[in-house]
Design a binder for this molecule. Structure first.
Ligand code: NDP
Length: 472
């Protein structure tokens, strides 16, 4: 029998890689992990976790304002960016330590180095100047922000991405954010809440392409109400450093002056220089490593999970894929990740929570058959239920912001195909709705569930009237 140094070698200690390494080790495998930067990967170091901490910071602004209607007098509030960043960094350091310790406690050997493939069973540990061998290799190297790929933009070197936004020495007084997706809208909410002047430049007519249309409209309205300058239908053509900051030139000739220009124009899989060709690992058309349902690449003993495969770039998905891989290959319990009804949130303020199909997707049976085979045969004829209301807290605070809830229901079966929420705690609410929807809950099941009063979420079980389009 061939002898390898490890049963499994994992490249990348982010969410997917760490989960796979720990689970494989608990199944008795001899596991090594290489990480060139910090344990925890995008989510812990420069993604979900620090982002959510900044979101919390930004929301105190509303709390201070709203307190007055409830009898509180809050003195002049001031905000210290440097203190927030220092506290955030301390917390990230703590979490990183936990990630590393948990790997070591599970008996995983850790290597602080960039690792590249040298063949189907060998990995070069660059900082150590040596090569190790492994029966199985897992690639979990994640992704990296791209700067408006394919576009020619002068002065691109003046742009930052979310990576740098987490470490700015000073809070930008004025920021231009490029893109209309998750990261752009989350950071727009963060900086606006912290008092920066925010402009969002987006090439399409309405931000959040792919989300339900009502949510897109409602968030655009709420952001405009908050003074966020949404410059849609435009691209950035040039960035120019000036004495006072950066001038951002747009395709319509407008110049927006700012202190920071942040690009949030998508992320690409981290595949460069990994030696994939030496090991026979193929890349797909979208730039991600091609894998099958079991996360196996075109090389029989090499697997890949998480953002590097460019399937659903979400932390819980990477974790599930890593877990399924480790159980299947080392635990004699084969299973694969289900991509049905993945709930997601955009931590904008107000927040978005969404699960299942948008109204447009649910009206299109061909789209459903192609993208959600488990829902094939549903959709086409659908009913829509919507509620838009001012949350109770707004009555005394005077805040005009409205919450939106929407259910997309298959007409024949009554099955709830989509749930879309904009407003406080939308993400928390949608996580729970996702359980019911994954189990195939119908609108009648929602209706039969007792309301929890007074709450915003009770709207989900009390919407009785089908929405009909206004007569034109
Ligand atoms: P998204 O794909 O969400 O958004 C990218 C945005 O950039 C889109 O609006 C896109 O426009 C625009 N864009 C893309 N290419 C160009 C270009 N060449 N020129 C101009 N505009 C361009 O990516 P993000 O970077 O925001 O986030 C990456 C991924 O990370 C997300 O898709 C998500 O999977 C994950 N993520 C999840 C979060 C969460 O769960 N809360 C938070 C943050 C990230 P268009 O719509 O026209 O294509």
């Amino acid at each position: 029998m061939t002898h390898y140094d490890f049963d499994l070698f994992v490249i990348g200690a982010g969410s997917g890689g760490v989960r796979a390494a720990r689970i494989a080790a608990t199944h008795g495998a001899r596991v090594g992990v290489a990480e060139e930067y910090r344990y925890g990967g995008t989510c812990v170091i420069r993604g979900c976790v620090p982002k959510k901490l900044l979101v919390y910071a930004s929301r105190f602004h509303d709390e201070f304002e709203d307190a007055a209607g409830f009898g509180w007098s809050v003195g002049p509030a001031s905000f210290d960016w440097a203190r927030l960043i220092a506290n955030k960094d301390k917390e990230i350091g703590r979490l990183e330590g936990i990630y590393k310790t948990n790997l070591e406690k599970a008996g995983v050997a850790t290597f602080k180095t960039r690792a590249v493939l040298e063949g189907p069973h060998s990995v070069k540990l660059e900082a150590e100047g040596r090569t190790v061998t492994a029966d199985k290799i897992l690639i979990a190297t994640g992704g990296w922000p791209t700067l408006a790929e394919g576009a020619h933009i002068e002065g691109l070197e003046h742009a930052i991405t979310s990576n740098e936004a987490f470490h700015l020495k000073e809070q930008p007084r004025r920021i231009v954010i490029y893109g209309g997706g998750y990261i752009a809208l989350e950071f727009a909410g963060i900086f606006a809440g912290l008092g920066s002047e925010v402009s969002v430049v987006y090439r399409g007519e309405r931000v959040l392409r792919g989300f339900d249309e009502d949510i897109r409209v409602a968030l655009s309205e709420e952001y405009a109400r908050r003074g966020i300058n949404l410059l849609t239908g435009r691209t950035i053509s040039r960035l120019e450093k000036t004495a006072g900051g950066i001038d951002v030139a747009l395709s319509d000739g407008t110049i927006v002056a700012c202190d920071a220009a942040m690009f949030a124009t998508g992320r690409a899989p981290n595949v460069q220089g990994l030696g994939l060709e030496k090991a026979g690992v193929e890349i797909g058309k979208d730039g991600g490593i091609k894998v099958d349902r079991q996360s196996r690449t075109s090389a029989p003993d090499i697997y890949a999970v998480g953002d590097v495969t460019h399937r659903f770039n979400l932390t819980p998905v990477a974790i599930r894929e890593g877990h399924a891989f480790a159980d299947s290959v080392f635990g004699k319990q084969a299973w694969h990740t289900s991509y049905d009804m993945i709930p997601t949130a955009v931590f904008s303020t107000p927040e978005i929570g969404t699960v299942g199909l948008t109204e447009a997707q649910a009206r299109d049976p061909a789209w459903i058959a192609a993208h959600h085979p488990t829902l094939a045969g549903l959709g086409g004829e659908i009913d829509i239920y919507k509620a838009q209301f001012r949350p109770m807290k707004g009555t005394l605070s005077g805040r005009a912001e409205r919450m939106l809830m929407k259910l997309v229901v298959d007409q024949r079966s009554g099955r709830v195909l989509g749930c879309h929420i904009l407003g406080p705690d939308a993400g928390e609410i949608v996580q729970m709705a996702a359980i019911a929807m994954r189990m195939g809950a119908t609108k009648a099941d929602f209706d039969a569930t007792m309301a929890l009063h007074p709450s915003a979420a009770e709207e989900l079980v009390t919407m009785r009237t089908k929405w009909t389009p206004p007569a034109s």
